[in-house]
Design a protein around this ligand. Structure first.
Ligand SMILES: NC(=O)c1ccc[n+]([C@@H]2O[C@H](COP(=O)([O-])OP(=O)(O)OC[C@H]3O[C@@H](n4cnc5c(N)ncnc54)[C@H](O)[C@@H]3O)[C@@H](O)[C@H]2O)c1
Ligand SMILES: [Zn+2]
Length: 366
């Protein structure tokens, strides 16, 4: 384990390459980063409560000190901001504030804020620069890295989007202090996913250090954030626009997204749904003869250690399956699902029968 208080992960994507800076206080370096990358003189900070109140003012004054014109654009917090309507309102605000092709956007907040900020940056004037400053663990280990941006439609999550890489990602651990315990647990689910698909040692690290991670200890957190970013970087470098390999990052997400979209009581956070999705998809892999039996139990036990649920009372099974069927990972009417071939390795299975998907839900039903 690295217990350095700083880490840097580089994404090597030719002209779209960038660094992820990780550590307590790195947001304080934004002004310097903006100068070094020669980012434009006009910037919009897209942010949501409570981050807008707690962290945006310091970021704003820092950027003002570099002589930039800074506009704070507040959006609703959480998933509610990921709409075309909200993107439209932001375009109008940017236009009114005189934003041109050299202006840039800072996404300051959780994964939802970052996805919206990235989407608007990808599309305003055919694409302007943006920097991600993720403030939830989930966004730090996953959403802020790799250039996927999106908004939702009422019928489906993330179906309108673009690939657009950030110019830099500043992953500051200090804002995690105000994050709810539930959101810390939710973020850990994506770390477990990175371990499960690519690094058994990371998976075991989370199992062994779950209590420290939940207590937000800096050393273990930097380790899992850095490893997660490295794993995601390697996959994205090999397959930036998800022609194949990148889909392994969706392990747990076919069923996870369907649960997240359909469950009303209890409502699930993204990471909670992905945790359940991973267990069900480990069962799915076993039913299809692809995944060793040990994986399901190992997932169940690490997720329990992280304080995540491993069973749920599914509101409407048919609705979950219907949503899986319409998942954007489905192609030509066939269901594509990322499955574990062993703990620490995943592969894409291109022809999953709905029958098996349905049976796999038994793994998570109360
Ligand atoms: N683009 C990608 O590659 C990618 C990958 C994974 C997930 N995502 C997306 O990320 C979203 C989930 O992200 P999330 O879990 O960060 O949820 P979120 O953005 O909804 O944030 C969760 C809550 O925490 C609050 N919050 C954020 N930072 C805080 C802080 N430091 N202190 C206190 N409160 C804080 C937010 O206001 C929100 O209410 C989903 O929309 C998902 O689709 C995208
Ligand atoms: Zn996810």
């Amino acid at each position: 384990m690295s217990d350095y208080r700083r880490a840097k992960v580089h994404l090597s994507l030719g002209p779209r390459s960038y660094d992820v800076l990780i550590g307590p206080g790195v947001l304080g370096e934004l002004g310097g980063v903006a100068e070094r990358l020669e980012l434009g003189r006009t910037v919009a900070i897209v942010t949501a409560a409570p981050v807008s109140r707690l962290y945006a003012p310091a970021v704003q004054s820092q950027l003002l000190r570099t002589g930039r014109a800074v506009h704070v654009m507040e959006v609703p917090s959480g998933e509610r901001c990921k709409t075309l309507r909200r993107a439209g309102l932001l375009y109008k605000e940017l236009l009114r504030a005189g934003f041109d092709r050299n202006s840039w956007i800072l996404g300051l907040g959780g994964g939802a804020t970052g996805d919206l900020a990235g989407f608007v940056a990808a599309t305003y004037m055919r694409g302007i620069d943006y920097v991600q400053a993720p403030t939830t663990l989930l966004a730090q280990v996953d959403a802020s890295v790799g250039g996927k941006t999106a908004v939702n439609l009422p019928a489906a999550k993330n179906v309108v989007g673009a690939f657009h890489q950030a110019r830099a990602v500043l992953t500051d651990l200090d804002p995690l202090a105000s994050l709810s315990a539930r959101d810390v647990r939710s973020g850990l689910a994506e770390v477990v996913k990175h371990g499960a698909i690519a690094d058994r040692a990371l998976f075991e690290f989370v199992a062994d250090h779950a209590a420290e991670l939940r207590a937000r200890e800096v050393g273990p957190l930097i380790h899992v954030i850095r490893r997660s970013c490295e794993i995601k970087a390697a996959v994205v470098e090999a397959d930036e626009r998800e022609h194949g390999l990148r889909a392994v990052l969706n392990f747990g997400h076919t069923i996870g997204h369907a649960l997240e979209a359909t469950q009303r009581s209890p409502r699930l956070r993204h990471g909670e749904a992905v945790g359940l999705g991973m267990i069900a998809e480990a069962r799915l892999g076993r039913l299809l003869g692809r995944t060793p039996a040990e994986c399901e139990g190992a997932l169940r036990s690490v997720l329990t250690a992280c304080g995540l649920r491993t069973v749920v009372k599914i509101d409407d099974r048919e609705h979950v399956l219907e949503t899986c069927r319409h998942d954007k990972k489905a192609a030509d009417g066939r269901q594509k699902v990322a499955l574990l071939s062993e703990l620490g390795q995943a592969e894409l299975c291109r022809d999953v029968p709905m029958r098996a998907l349905s049976a796999s839900l038994e793994a998570i039903e109360v």
